[in-house]
Structures are given as structure tokens and as C-alpha cells.
Design a protein around this ligand. Structure first.
Ligand code: PGA
Length: 260
């Protein structure tokens, strides 16, 4: 019997919370979460780059079970890339998970599928876990192209990735029209797309890899929508933006996921 997949709740803080605010947010979150919550759920926080060292120190200093994450990185280890962040430097800060291919990176900063793929492989090379984001725009959804779009982003993102690497990865299904808008996919829609993602993983690799890979839903997740999302067979957690900035709401989402 394969191990049951542990839910993963990830807080994507985007460009919010300076390092003082980030320290407070992490301390409050830790204080709000009973220790036994980590027996059934993994929790990652993804602060802005300037906060990472401070958050790392707090997590390690207080032996917190929170997983340190980042939101983005460059694909090379070092070089003439003004303003960019090396995945090697993130690994050195004990960052364990890195979001890659977020729709804001794709849409605002012009990252295409090929760029996402080289970053994803760089993250794997440094033994960190990529959270690969895929999702359709409203126009694609209305044209009935949700699955085509999502599965083509998935396929391109996984180019050159081996089954054993994929098995430990995370895919985040984030419909672009649901991010930061207050609109969420219905649980049935989220389940349908997450199930299509898992089938595509099985077809590309094998059944064991599909059974192991974790698939999150993201897009305006709140405490009020967590239970129905977590009840979906192929939804293994959530990538939470706005609601993760409020430790009370985020802790509630985590508690609900832990008891799902
Ligand atoms: P949101 O963001 O929860 O604010 O919609 C989710 C995300 O962008 O990862």
C-alpha cells in the first residue's frame, strides 16, 4: 500500500510583510497551531526574499515545524544576473520548497513554459521541492480549454524530470481568474482538474508516481472553503495567498486541513 499523501498548506505572501512583520506573522502562526497539527499536515511559508534569513532564524531558533519556502528563483547558480536570486543561495538558507511558474510570474514578468522548466530543474538540482503552478485564464476557461492549457503547462514544466523526482514534487492548480479575486473554483471543478493532472502524471510516469505527487488547489482559498476542497480525492492541500497574511485565518485553514 502506498503511503497516504500528507496535505500541504502553503502560504504565498507575495510582495507583502517586511522582515519584522514576517517574524511576527511566523511567531503568531506557530503560537496558534497546536503541536499535533503537524502530525497530519505539512505547512510551508513563502516570504519575500528580504525576509527569508530572518524567518529561517526564527524557525530554527524555536524548533518550529514550519517549512521554509521561497516564491521564485533564477535557474543559474551564480553569474551576471543583476537582481536575480540563485537557487544555491536559497538552499544554503535551508529553503525547502520553491514556487515556480506562478501565474503572476508568467503574466507580469513574462516567464514562459521553457523558463519555468529550467527553473524547476534548478530547484530539483539543489534538492529543494518545486511547487509547480499551472492554471487557465478566464478566456481559456470560457473557451472550454481549461484541461488543454493546464496539461500543456504541466507537460512543459516537467520536461526532463524523472519519475522519482516528480514523486516528491507539488503541483498547484491555480485558475488565474480565481487568484486574488475572491472567486474560487467549485470543489467539483477543482477535483476534475486535479484528477486530470494526476491521470496525466500516471500516463507520463507511472501509477506510483501519480499516487505520490501532491496536488494543491490555489485561488482565493479561505477558511470557509477549505473543508470542501480538502474533501476532494485529488486535492492534497492549498496554496494560499491573501488569507495566509492573516495568521488567525491561515491557522484556521491549517487546522481544517489537518482534520480533513
Ligand atoms: P490568493 O492567491 O489566495 O490571494 O488568491 C493564491 C496564489 O496566488 O497563490
Amino acid at each position: 500500500m502506498p503511503e497516504p499523501r500528507r496535505p500541504l498548506i502553503s502560504g504565498n505572501w507575495k510582495m507583502n510583510l517586511n522582515h519584522f512583520e514576517a517574524i511576527q506573522a511566523v511567531q503568531k502562526l506557530h503560537w496558534l497551531l497546536p503541536k499535533d497539527v503537524y502530525e497530519t499536515v505539512d505547512v510551508s511559508v513563502h516570504p519575500p526574499f528580504t525576509d527569508i534569513r530572518s524567518v529561517q532564524t526564527v524557525i530554527q531558533g524555536d524548533s518550529m515545524e514550519l517549512i521554509l519556502g521561497a516564491q521564485h528563483c533564477h535557474h543559474d547558480d551564480s553569474g551576471a544576473f543583476t537582481g536575480e536570486i540563485s537557487p544555491a543561495f536559497l538552499a544554503k538558507l535551508d529553503v525547502k520548497m520553491v514556487i515556480v511558474g506562478h501565474s503572476e510570474r508568467r503574466q507580469i514578468f513574462g516567464e514562459d513554459d521553457a523558463t519555468v522548466n529550467v527553473k524547476l530543474r534548478a530547484i530539483l538540482k539543489h534538492s529543494m521541492t518545486p511547487i509547480l503552478c499551472v492554471g487557465e485564464t478566464l478566456a481559456e476557461r470560457e473557451a472550454g480549454e481549461t484541461e488543454i492549457r493546464v496539461l500543456s503547462q504541466l507537460s512543459a514544466g516537467l520536461d526532463g524530470v524523472k519519475a522519482e523526482q516528480a514523486a516528491s514534487m507539488v503541483i498547484a492548480y491555480e485558475p488565474v481568474w480565481a487568484i486574488g479575486t475572491g472567486h474560487t473554483a467549485t470543489a467539483a471543478d477543482a477535483q476534475a482538474v486535479c484528477s486530470a493532472i494526476r491521470s496525466a502524471i500516471a500516463a507520463r510516469f507511472d501509477a506510483a508516481t501519480a499516487a505520490a505527487i501532491r496536488i494543491q488547489y490555489g485561488g482565493s482559498v479561505k477558511a470557509g472553503t477549505t473543508e470542501e476542497l480538502m474533501a476532494c480525492a485529488d486535492v492534497d492541500g492549498a496554496l494560499v495567498g491573501g488569507a495566509s497574511l492573516d495568521p488567525d485565518e491561515f491557522a484556521q485553514i491549517i487546522r481544517l486541513a489537518a482534520s480533513s
